[in-house]
Design a protein around this ligand. Structure first.
Ligand code: ATP
Ligand code: MG
Length: 628
C-alpha cells in the first residue's frame, strides 16, 4: 500500500477516530456526541448533536486573524470590472444581505432560490442564507424558464434573489423576463423577488413582489445578524445534478459533514493553507462552484476568485493572466475548458509568470491523456484529474498531495479519497471485482461527510435511485463504469448508460474517445453506441477538429476518417473501431460542459432526443443530424 492508500484505509477501518480528528478543522458551537449515526442505512448522519454554521466557518472565523486579507476577488471580463473584498468586507456584506433576507421573513429552514450570474452578490446571498440557517437552491443563471419553474416548485422558496441580466462572451442574457415567466409557470411562486440591477437590461418591477437589492442594502448596511447554529444534519442547500442522463435530481446537503469535508479537502486534496489564493473557473450553479468557489476556499481561509467571463476573452490567456496577477496557488477547471484552450495559440501558456501556481485540478468529464499531456507540458505543473459528482459534494477519486506525494498516471484520477469506500462491482452479480476488471464504480455505504443526505423531499427516490440499482448489494452506484489497475489507480471509462456492446464486447465510450483524441487534428470527440442489426451496437464517433480547414481539400474527410479508424484499430482492436467518424464544429453539451451522449444516440437512431432542457446549444444537435 502506498501512503495515500494507507491513509484511506484508516478512514474506513478506524472511521470514528479518523473523522474526529478531521472535525477539528472547523469551529463547532456545540461539540457533537456521536461521529456517525448509521442506524437507518443507507442514511448517514455525521457529527450527531454537534452545532455549527457554514457562514461562520467561511467568514467570521477569519475576521480577527485575517480581516484585512483578500477573501473574494471578483473579476468580470464581461462588464470590465474588478472588486476585491477582504474578509472584513465580506463579513459586512454577508451581514447586510442576511438582514435583507431576514427582513423578508427568511429564517431557519426556509428556502431561498438564487438565480444569478457570477457576481459578488450571489456569493453574499449564499453565505447569508447559510448564516440564517436558510436553505439555498442555486439555479444556473440563464437556465430556461421551464427548468427554473421546476426547481421553484421543488424547493418552494420564500424569496428568489436574481439580477436583471447576465452576460456571456459579450452577449447579454436578460434573467428578469426568464424569471417572470418561470414564476408564471410555477405552482409555488415566491412571495418576494430581490433584484440586483446591473443596468444591463431595463425592466419594470412587479409591484408588491419585486424589491431592489441596492435599496434594501442601503436600509440594512449596518446590520449585525448572529449566525444561526444548526444541528450538523440540518440541510444547508439543495442543488440539482447536471441532467446529462435525464431529469436532474435535487441533492440535499447537510451542514456539519459538508463543512468538515471541505475544510479537510482544502488540506488533504489541495495541499493548501490559509492565506493562499484559489481560482476555480466553474459556475456557482454547479457543485464545483459551491464547494470550490464559495465554501471550500473560504472555510480554508483562502482568497477565492469569482470570474465572470469565458476562458478565451479577450484572448486565450485570460486565465493565466489571473494566475499571474493574483498569485494563484491552486487552480481548478474542467477538461472541456482545456479543450477549448487547445484550439488557441499555445504561446499564450508561456506569456505569464505562473510561478505561484502549484497544480491544476480538472474535473467534470473524462480527462483524456492527450489533453492532460498537452496542458501538463504547457504549464509545467502537475495536472490533477479528480472525479466526483454533485451527489458527493467533493472528490471521490484524486491524487492527494496534502496526504502524500504519489506519482500520477495519465488518464487516471488516481486513488479513492479518504472516506469514500470505492469499489468496482459486477452489475449482474453485485460482487466486488478485482484489478483490471471493468464494472460499475460504487461506494460502499455509509457515504462520507459532505456527501448528499437524501434527495430533497424524496427519501424513497434517494434509496431507489442510488442504492437499489445493483442486484444483491446495497451500495451507492455512481452510474459510471470503470476499473482499477494492479497498483490501485482507478480509471473511469464512461457512464454505465453509455457502455457500448459490440458483438458481446463491452466498451466504455471513454476508451474509444481517448484513442481518437490521440489523432493530432482532433480537439475533442464523442463516441456513442448505435443499435445495429448485426452486431447489437456499433460505435459512431463525432469529432471536433483543432482546425477545421484540414477538411478543405476534396476527400480529406474520408482520409481523416480512415486515419482515425486506424488509430482505434491499433490501440483497442477492430471491435472498437467506429463504424463512422463524422466531423462537426461543436458537440451537444449540457450547460455544465458534459457531452449529451443520450441525445446523440437518439438522433442517430432517428428517435426523439427527449428532455433537452439542460443543453447549451441546440444547434449542436442539428449538426449531428446533418452530418449523418
Ligand atoms: P445527471 O446525474 O443529472 O445525469 P451529471 O452526472 O452530468 O448529471 P454531475 O454531478 O455534474 O451531473 O456530474 C458527475 C459526473 O461527471 C460523474 O458521474 C462522471 O460521469 C462525470 N465526471 C466527473 N468528473 C470526472 C472525471 N474526472 N473523469 C471522468 N468522469 C468524470
Ligand atoms: Mg450523475
Amino acid at each position: 500500500m502506498n501512503p495515500i492508500q494507507h491513509f484511506h484505509r484508516r478512514s474506513i477501518d478506524d472511521r470514528d477516530a479518523f473523522w474526529t480528528a478531521e472535525s477539528a478543522a472547523i469551529h463547532w458551537h456545540k461539540p457533537f456526541e456521536q461521529v456517525l449515526d448509521f442506524s437507518k442505512p443507507p442514511f448517514a448522519k455525521w457529527f450527531v448533536g454537534g452545532e455549527t454554521n457554514l457562514c461562520f466557518n467561511a467568514v467570521d472565523r477569519w475576521v480577527d486573524s485575517r480581516g484585512g486579507e483578500r477573501a473574494l476577488i471578483w473579476v468580470s471580463t464581461e462588464v470590465d470590472q474588478e472588486i476585491i473584498y477582504t474578509y472584513r468586507d465580506l463579513y459586512r456584506e454577508v451581514n447586510t444581505v442576511a438582514a435583507m433576507l431576514a427582513s423578508q421573513g427568511v429564517g431557519r429552514g426556509d428556502r431561498v432560490l438564487i438565480y444569478m450570474p457570477m457576481i459578488p452578490e450571489a456569493v453574499f446571498t449564499m453565505l447569508a442564507c447559510a448564516r440564517l440557517g436558510a436553505v439555498h437552491s442555486v439555479v444556473f443563471g440563464g437556465f430556461a424558464s421551464v427548468n427554473l419553474a421546476q426547481r421553484i416548485d421543488d424547493a418552494q422558496p420564500k424569496v428568489i434573489v436574481t439580477a436583471d441580466a447576465g452576460s456571456r462572451a459579450g452577449k447579454v442574457t436578460p434573467y428578469k423576463p426568464l424569471l417572470d415567466k418561470a414564476i408564471a409557470l410555477s405552482t409555488q411562486p415566491p412571495a418576494q423577488v430581490i433584484i440586483v440591477d446591473r443596468g444591463l437590461y431595463a425592466f419594470e418591477p412587479v409591484v408588491g413582489r419585486d424589491l431592489d437589492y441596492r435599496e434594501l442594502h442601503h436600509t440594512h448596511d449596518k446590520a449585525e445578524i448572529a449566525p444561526v447554529w444548526l444541528e450538523s444534519s440540518a440541510p444547508s442547500y439543495i442543488l440539482y445534478t447536471s441532467g446529462t442522463t435525464g431529469k436532474p435530481k435535487g441533492v440535499q446537503r447537510d451542514t456539519g459533514g459538508y463543512a468538515v469535508a471541505l475544510a479537510s479537502s482544502m488540506k488533504g486534496v489541495f495541499n493548501g493553507k490559509a492565506g493562499e489564493t484559489f481560482l476555480c473557473t466553474s459556475d456557482i450553479g454547479w457543485v464545483v462552484g459551491h464547494s470550490y468557489i464559495v465554501y471550500g476556499p473560504l472555510i480554508g481561509g483562502q482568497a477565492t476568485i469569482l470570474y465572470e467571463g469565458t476562458p478565451i476573452r479577450p484572448d486565450g490567456g485570460i486565465l493565466w493572466s489571473l494566475v499571474e496577477r493574483f498569485s494563484v496557488n491552486t487552480m481548478f477547471s474542467a477538461p472541456t475548458a482545456i479543450r477549448v484552450l487547445k484550439k488557441q495559440d499555445p504561446a499564450l501558456l508561456k506569456k505569464y509568470d505562473l510561478s505561484s501556481l502549484r497544480s491544476l485540478y480538472l474535473a467534470g468529464e473524462p480527462l483524456d491523456e492527450p489533453t492532460a499531456e498537452w496542458i501538463a507540458a504547457g504549464l509545467g505543473k502537475p495536472i490533477i484529474d479528480n472525479y466526483w459528482q454533485t451527489e458527493t459534494g467533493w472528490t471521490i477519486l484524486a491524487a492527494q498531495p496534502g496526504v502524500a506525494d504519489v506519482a500520477t498516471k495519465f488518464g487516471s484520477p488516481s486513488f479513492p479519497v479518504y472516506g469514500f469506500d470505492v469499489r468496482v462491482i459486477d452489475e449482474q452479480t453485485g460482487e466486488d471485482l478485482g484489478p483490471n476488471q471493468k464494472g460499475v464504480v460504487a461506494i460502499a455505504p455509509p457515504l462520507p461527510p459532505g456527501a448528499m443526505s437524501t434527495i430533497w423531499g424524496d427519501d424513497e427516490r434517494f434509496v431507489e435511485t442510488y442504492f437499489n440499482s445493483i442486484p444483491n448489494r446495497q451500495v451507492y452506484s455512481t452510474f459510471d463504469w470503470g476499473l482499477f489497475d494492479e497498483d490501485g489507480y482507478f480509471f473511469i471509462l464512461g457512464r454505465t448508460d453509455d457502455v457500448i456492446n459490440v458483438a458481446g464486447h463491452r466498451l466504455g465510450t471513454r476508451e474509444i474517445e481517448e484513442s481518437i483524441n490521440n489523432h493530432p487534428s482532433v480537439a475533442e470527440c464523442a463516441v456513442v453506441g448505435i443499435a445495429d442489426q448485426l452486431k447489437g451496437q456499433v460505435a459512431v464517433a463525432f469529432a471536433v477538429l483543432k482546425d477545421p480547414r484540414v477538411l478543405d481539400e476534396p476527400g480529406a474527410d474520408l482520409k481523416l476518417e480512415g486515419a482515425i479508424m486506424k488509430i482505434v484499430d491499433e490501440q483497442l482492436g477492430a471491435v472498437a473501431r467506429p463504424a463512422r467518424v463524422r466531423f462537426v464544429t461543436t458537440l451537444p453539451k449540457t450547460r455544465s460542459g458534459k457531452v449529451l451522449r443520450r441525445a446523440i444516440v437518439a438522433v442517430c437512431e432517428g428517435r426523439d432526443p427527449g428532455d433537452l432542457t439542460t443543453i447549451e446549444d441546440p444547434s449542436a444537435l442539428e449538426q449531428i443530424k446533418d452530418s449523418l
